[in-house]
Design a protein around this ligand. Structure first.
Ligand code: G3P
Length: 217
């Protein structure tokens, strides 16, 4: 399973990269809007920090506009994956990008049929949003499992990139459901490593070691 971090913040990305387990980065217009600076420069800087795919989203909603942005974003750096929403013109753009050799991450996926359409158009990644479905009282994880099954049934190579994750439990469930990638808020990435029994256990080991050493004096 690959770990991406879901942020456009350079400091957070550097911190995640330093953990040694980071495989890529996803951004979106909302995350970008929290940062200052130029879109192309931020994306380029992220690509220089992380050795993996970096999603850069288009904001046009018509085919021509999306393709112009897709070509522009893809030209920023070879690691860029163009993120495109799953609407009709988006689907056409995904197909055209696939024909041009531009990798795509199809975003705002909330149904199995959207994921099926994206795969048929040649998407590199599909991004089902788990947390936002859970927020509505639906089962986001069920969508991950369903898409996994559909892709397996037909041998689609589109990677399942579980997005809108809110907890470590989500990560475990994604791993069990066979998601290829999880994209995580930085705080969730850090929480994957921590456990209170690890902290208290280490504290006890070090205290016992110190008493033993002092007893030798
Ligand atoms: O990057 C897309 C997705 O991860 C957004 O998550 O928390 O805004 O639903 P969230």
């Amino acid at each position: 399973m690959q770990f991406f971090v879901d942020t456009a913040n350079i400091d957070e990305i550097k911190e995640a990269q330093a953990m040694g387990v980071l495989d890529g980065v996803t951004t979106n217009p909302s995350l970008m809007s929290k940062e200052s600076g130029n879109f192309d420069e931020i994306i380029r800087e992220i690509c220089e920090i992380v050795d993996g795919p970096v999603s850069a989203e288009v904001v046009s909603t018509d085919f021509d506009g999306m393709m112009a942005e897709a070509r522009k974003n893809a030209a920023i750096h070879e690691q860029v994956v163009v993120k495109i929403p799953i609407i009709l013109d988006g689907l056409k753009a995904v197909k055209a990008c696939s024909n041009e050799g531009i990798r795509t991450n199809v975003t705002l996926c909330f149904s199995p049929t959207q994921a099926l359409m994206a795969a048929k158009a040649g998407a590199s990644y599909i991004s089902p949003f788990i947390g936002r479905l859970d927020d509505l009282g639906q089962d986001g994880m069920d969508l991950i499992a369903t898409i996994r099954q559909i892709y397996n049934n037909y041998g689609f190579e589109t990677q399942v990139l579980a997005a809108s994750l809110r907890s470590t439990k989500h990560v475990v469930e994604c791993a069990l459901a066979g998601a290829d990638v999880v994209t995580l808020p930085p705080d969730v990435l850090k929480k994957l490593l921590t456990h209170p029994l690890t902290d208290s256990g280490l504290e006890r080991f070090l205290a016992d070691w110190k008493s033993w050493e002092e007893g030798k004096k």
